[in-house]
Design a protein. Structure first.
Length: 296
C-alpha cells in the first residue's frame, strides 16, 4: 500500500514538472515585447506579464478590427493607451479570467468542499468575473482621470487666456500653460496635442483628436468653441474667458452637488453600524438599572 502512495505522489510530481517545462517552452517561443517606450505596468499585471504576453501572442491575430477599435477607445479614454495595446488588453482579460477561476477552485479545494458541481460553478463564476475585471479597472481609471481634468481645466483656461491677452498665439499660450500649469492628465494631453501640431497636423485636427481621446464633455465643449472661433475669426480671448468662467461655475456646482449628497450617502452606514452600537450601549445601562432596582 505504501509503495502505491509513493508511486502516485511521484507521478503527481512528474506531472507538475512536465507542465512547468511545457509552459517554459511555450513562453520561450513567444517574442518578447519591447516596453522601453511605454508606461510602467501595475504591480499585479507585472507579475503575470509573461503569461499575458503568451495569451496576447495566441489571441492577437484572431481579433477583429471592430474589437481592436473598441479596446483602443477604452484605453485612450482611461489614459492607459501607453500602458497596454488593444491586443494586450484582450490577453489580460484571458489571463484574468483564468486566474480568478483557478483562485476560486483552489479556495473550494482548501475548504474541503470540492465536488464536480462546485468546481463547475467556480469555473463558470470565475471566468466572467475575471474577464470583466480589466474593464472595471479601466472604468475606475477613467473616473479618476475625469475628476483631475475637470478640476484642472479652469486653471489651464485662465493661463491660456492670459497668454492670448498678452499677445501670444493660441499654440504659444497652450505651451506656456503646460509649462506653468499643474501636472496631471490634462497637462499630458495638451503636450500630446502640441506634439501633433509640431508633427504637421492642423490645429483644429489636433484639438479634435485630443477631444476624441479624452471623451469628456467639458473638453469637447472647449475644443469645439476654440475650433469654431478660429474658423469665424472671433475674439479668442473672449471665447476663452467665457469658457473659463463656465468651467469654473460647473466645478462649483459639482462640488455643491456632492456636498448635498453627503448626508444621504452617510445614512446607510449610520443605520447599519452607528445606531445599533448606540442602542447596545443604552440597553446595557438600562439593564444595569433594572437589575439594581430588582425588576430583573
Amino acid at each position: 500500500m505504501n509503495w502505491i502512495i509513493a508511486l502516485v505522489a511521484l507521478m503527481a510530481v512528474a506531472a507538475v514538472v512536465l507542465v512547468m517545462l511545457a509552459l517554459r517552452g511555450i513562453l520561450q517561443q513567444v517574442p518578447q515585447s519591447d516596453r522601453n517606450y511605454q508606461d510602467p505596468l501595475p504591480l499585479m499585471l507585472r507579475l503575470l506579464w509573461p503569461v499575458v504576453v503568451a495569451a496576447t501572442h495566441a489571441v492577437g491575430p484572431r481579433l477583429k478590427a471592430a474589437q481592436l477599435e473598441r479596446a483602443h477607445r477604452a484605453l485612450t479614454s482611461a489614459g492607459q493607451d501607453f500602458v497596454l495595446t488593444p491586443e494586450e488588453l484582450y490577453g489580460t482579460r484571458i489571463v484574468s479570467a483564468g486566474v480568478v477561476a483557478m483562485f476560486l477552485v483552489l479556495l473550494v479545494v482548501m475548504l474541503g468542499k470540492a465536488s464536480m458541481a462546485t468546481l463547475f460553478f467556480c469555473i463558470c463564476l470565475g471566468i466572467p468575473i475575471g474577464w470583466m475585471y480589466p474593464s472595471l479597472w479601466l472604468g475606475e481609471r477613467r473616473k479618476v482621470r475625469t475628476k483631475y481634468v475637470v478640476r484642472d481645466l479652469p486653471v489651464f483656461l485662465d493661463f491660456i487666456t492670459m497668454g492670448v491677452e498678452a499677445g501670444l498665439n493660441i499654440s504659444g499660450a497652450i505651451e506656456q500653460s503646460v509649462q506653468r500649469g499643474p501636472t496631471g492628465p490634462l497637462s499630458q494631453e495638451f503636450s500630446r496635442m502640441l506634439r501633433d501640431m509640431r508633427a504637421g497636423l492642423p490645429r483644429s485636427e489636433s484639438l479634435r483628436r485630443m477631444s476624441d481621446r479624452m471623451d469628456i464633455s467639458q473638453v469637447t465643449s472647449f475644443t469645439s468653441s476654440l475650433i469654431q472661433a478660429d474658423k469665424v475669426g472671433a475674439n479668442l480671448s473672449d471665447t476663452l474667458r467665457a469658457q473659463a468662467n463656465q468651467r469654473r461655475e460647473e466645478r462649483f456646482l459639482r462640488a455643491e452637488k456632492l456636498a448635498l449628497e453627503a448626508p444621504v450617502k452617510m445614512m446607510l452606514p449610520l443605520v447599519m453600524f452607528f445606531f445599533p452600537l448606540i442602542f447596545v450601549v443604552l440597553a446595557y445601562f438600562i439593564y444595569l438599572q433594572m437589575k439594581q432596582q430588582g425588576i430583573l
